[in-house]
Design a protein around this ligand. Sequence first.
Ligand code: PRX
Length: 671
Amino acid sequence: MALAAARARLPLRALGCPLPHGLVPVAARRCCGEAGGPAALPPGGYGVWQERAARDPAGFWAEVARGALRWDSPFHTACQACPAGGAARWFLGGRLNVSVNCLDQHVEKSPDRVALIWERDEPGTAVHVTYRELLDLTCRLANTLKKYGIQKGDKVAIYMSVSPLSVAAMLACARIGAVHTVVFAGFSAESLAGRIIDSVITYNQAVRGGRIIELKRTVDEAVKNCPSIKHVFVAQRTDNKVWMGDRDIPLEEEMAKAASVCAPESMDSEDMLFMLYTSGSTGKPKGIVHTQAGYLLYSAVTHKYVFDYQQGDVFGCVADIGWITGHSYVVYGPLCNGATSVLFESTPVYPDPGRYWEMVQRLKINQFYGAPTAIRLLLNYGEEWVKKYDRSSLKTLGSVGEPINNEAWQWFYHVVGEGRCTLVDTWWQTETGGICIAPRPSEEKAEIVPAMAMRPFFGIVPVLMDDNGKVIEGVDVSGALCIAQPWPGMARTIFGDHQRFVDAYFKAYPGYYFTGDGAYRTKKGYYQITGRMDDVINISGHRLGTAEIEDAMADHPEVPETAVIGYPHKIKGEGAFAFIVLKEQTAHTDHVKEELKTMVASKIAKYAVPDHIVVVKRLPKTRSGKIMRRLLRKVVTEQSNNMGDVTTLDDPSVVKEILDAYQKYKEKTSL
Ligand code: PRX
């Protein structure tokens, strides 16, 4: 019943705003035009730019920034070290507005160019939104925020599924200088509560994979514990009514009354643009802060050059806007370049496993950017789901978020891309703002090695470090992946805790940014990411600290101790595997395990729930009481004949105990 209502909605109404221009048929709209071209680089080629950017990052990026961004006033200093330590500051003295760069400059020349194609959950119901319409939506939303007292520097949480309205919400914040923090719509009320500061924008419900997700209900639960929240703006994604309280404001009604022009706030290059929470190896997720000019420039330039985006192309990044990939390659990079960007609301298997490729055919997508986990899932369904659709529009394929295994790479390249599309495995992080290592750009026709990120982007200088903090020179070597020089897209701080930022990223190898990943430099000098070196795991491309999952289980009265590790999972890349100690008298083990799973889902999100929970008598600990997760990983990956150094264990007999418990669990389950 509820779902039928969601499906029946008119595309235009579902936009959540009374658009003055009406819905223009797709064929009558242009996806390309003459205005607002993609980010410009100085004359030369890959080799010239790469050498120049590495030798003189400030000079290189200054030149690029002058050509690629629209400034209110020019910057006087391209790059300056941060006095408090950590990442450098960029484009000092410069002023600009990010929404002007993403909207107004294109509207001036090509107002009817399509900015967004909202590929809604139900196939065949896509909504096209022009740059003029998106500017209109953004201004109305910005004026609504202003009416309720939201000002420059205020923090606005966006808890919405991907849609033109959620993109407009991000840009509306940028327009008035508010700081947005998008929270992935799969996060629980408790996670959300920790991330809302002043106000929140949400939908009544979301629709995904044919199912309704009760977003407003989750917000209601979250705000119970957030006395700081002044306003909850509620947009309508479905026709279903939800409870509205005193703090709740019907967003579309207010937008309809608001003016469609909103003067942009002139922002300092280094003012905060957004923060995005991400997991680290310790403590709660941290709010990574990105600033205006450097972030926008880096996302735009990488979007153009890694994917070879040409004006008129339809760019299809299927990430959610709740993650950095959605920020940089659904919203900011493409829109700054005047691109047509696809907003994918559904799942790769809804209504069937041909969804991506049917969409590629229907929307004539030229660049398709997705996650290995989806590719691994889809390759199990067979090639016919791909081959029945025309993919001749595709030119570039991209992979992001986790290592892509060789089988998935080959399938993506040969089956989806018919062996004729460039496939780029892109390595980067929430902290880096944009892609740092990828096979493209490169010299014309340079080789691409399967399943490898390969080459640093302009101005990125990767180095490998040994255990003693020394740079490892030469080729055919592995070490901790650091970046030696500043680049504009780097995060500037952790919200409210600059020291934590400095400690997490700049302390292990003074003078270098430490990524947390390990890497191998091949004989030819290419980079292959080998995985995290800390206690961060990557489930379906979503980053999680094992400590976060342990913390979520810590309150269970029957479970005094837990240890969580990542283990290889065929589809998800990694899954969470928990070892727990129960109180002696605990009887209903299975019941306790179910309770633990519920706790993790409600404190973090469903995807964080451990796939396996094994009860042990004790955890392996060093004499100083530290849990040796390394040993647990060896047990789970069945390398117990090669446990390494166990001499620091408090009691080495614990290893056999754990191995026995694991064997018993294995026999009982389908592990
Ligand atoms: O371990 C790396 C992995 O994802 C981490 C960053 O996660 P997050 O900040 O959520 O950003 C994901 C989207 C950019 C990295 O530290 N990672 C990301 N891309 C790759 C990767 N691992 C291997 N290959 C990649 N291409």
